[in-house]
Design a protein around this ligand. Structure first.
Ligand code: EPS
Length: 360
């Protein structure tokens, strides 16, 4: 499976091409609505006020409601771009932002908004991920669910999977939502931004997906998640907490019913173990701020940068569906690769229970 996206935040449209999806998967524009709404700006006061319709047009790869096996091209037209927000910074670089490195690399400045480095691009990752989620669910019973596991210094005081979709933060503990609202209101008023952490779990992944050396499942997940705008860290399983653990604590004992804990995060030796797959993703604070900061302009003159416009005070708030999409795309790719190489191999399960331990 391969995925690429195209388009700029302030161009006429953004899109993606998903190549390698098997034929026969039912797919229509309505399939994309739910996840694109979950990611979209302008739906609550806690994200950017830009209001995009985010309506998907299927340009190719689908005939009479099913995928044909040919490349699937999806298009979303930009309907609410406002480039005047960027006039004041068209010749200068926002500290912490990609506009400096794009300039150093290409020597061309597209002053219409964030261009390719804008979080707008993640719309198409989510759209592509919808295809992978649907295929994984139908073909393998795999379910991918994410949630916000940290907002600035706030962490969930409890966990209820049923609460995640009931609030705009994807927060798993409903009683804390008013506290999060107040936190975001104060942050927005201050003009500053904050980072966040997103957790993603994929349940129902069978043992055996992933390559053992190059193309390890965890390496592919890390690469895919790290490729999302503003991501600064990815963990699989216990991740960096493993540093302070003993082997006796980290290893997951195996009993007749399966693994008795899940510190590995569902990957051993680059191959899925059959346990829930667990990833954690760190998002940096948004760099487009109205609080002034020193920088240089394209000629090297010292300038002050103030970014006005419709920016997210915490881009991690709407990153949950993006992380889910990247996990789903990696899993679909690995499932297809596994089928190509090992489709004829049948190894019976050692375990006498079909359910696996889901907690660390
Ligand atoms: C973004 C800046 C804002 C956000 C945008 C991401 O848009 P604009 O370029 O119009 O100021 O609204 O996010 C989206 C439009 C989206 O759909 O995610 C940025 O600089 O990353």
């Amino acid at each position: 499976l391969s995925v690429t996206t195209f388009g700029e935040s302030h161009g006429p449209a953004i899109g993606c091409v998903v190549d390698g999806c098997p034929p026969g998967l039912a797919l229509g524009p309505e399939d994309f609505r739910h996840d694109l709404e979950r990611r979209a700006t302008g739906r609550t006061r806690h994200t950017s006020a830009r209001r995009e319709a985010d309506e998907v047009e299927i340009l190719s790869g689908v005939y009479e409601g099913v995928t044909t096996g040919t490349p699937i091209a999806l298009l979303v037209r930009n309907t609410d771009a406002r480039s005047r927000d960027y006039d004041r910074i068209a010749d200068r670089f926002r500290p912490g932002h990609a506009d400096y490195t794009y300039w150093q690399k290409y020597g061309v400045r597209d002053p219409r908004g964030g261009g390719r480095s804008s979080a707008r691009e993640t719309t198409m990752r989510v759209a592509a991920g919808v295809i992978a989620k649907k295929w994984l669910a139908q073909r393998h019973g795999v379910r991918v669910q994410g949630w916000l596991s940290q907002l600035g210094e706030l962490v969930p005081a409890g966990f209820d999977a049923g609460a995640i979709e009931g609030n705009p933060f994807f927060w798993p503990h409903a009683p804390q939502v008013p506290e999060l609202e107040a936190y975001m209101d104060a942050l927005r008023k201050s003009g500053d931004s904050v980072g966040a952490r997103v957790e993603v779990v994929a349940e129902g992944v069978p043992a055996g997906w992933g390559e053992p050396v190059y193309g390890k499942l965890d390496a592919e997940l890390a690469g895919a998640l790290m490729g999302i705008n503003a991501v600064k860290g990815v963990e699989v399983g216990d991740g960096f907490a493993s540093v302070a653990q003993r082997g006796t604590a980290h290893r997951d004992p195996i009993g007749p019913g399966g693994f008795e804990s899940n510190h590995s995060g569902g990957v051993l030796g680059g191959i899925s173990s059959g346990q829930p797959l667990r990833c954690s993703v760190a998002f940096k604070p948004t760099s487009s701020l109205r609080l002034p900061v020193g920088s240089l302009d394209v000629e090297g003159n010292p300038v002050e940068v103030v970014t006005t416009g419709r920016h997210d005070p915490c881009v991690g708030i709407r990153a949950t569906p993006i992380c889910e999409a990247m996990v789903a795309l990696v899993l679909m790719d690995q499932a297809l690769r596994h089928r190509a190489q090992c489709g004829d191999v049948a190894v019976p399960s050692l375990f006498n229970a079909s359910t696996q331990c889901t907690t660390p």
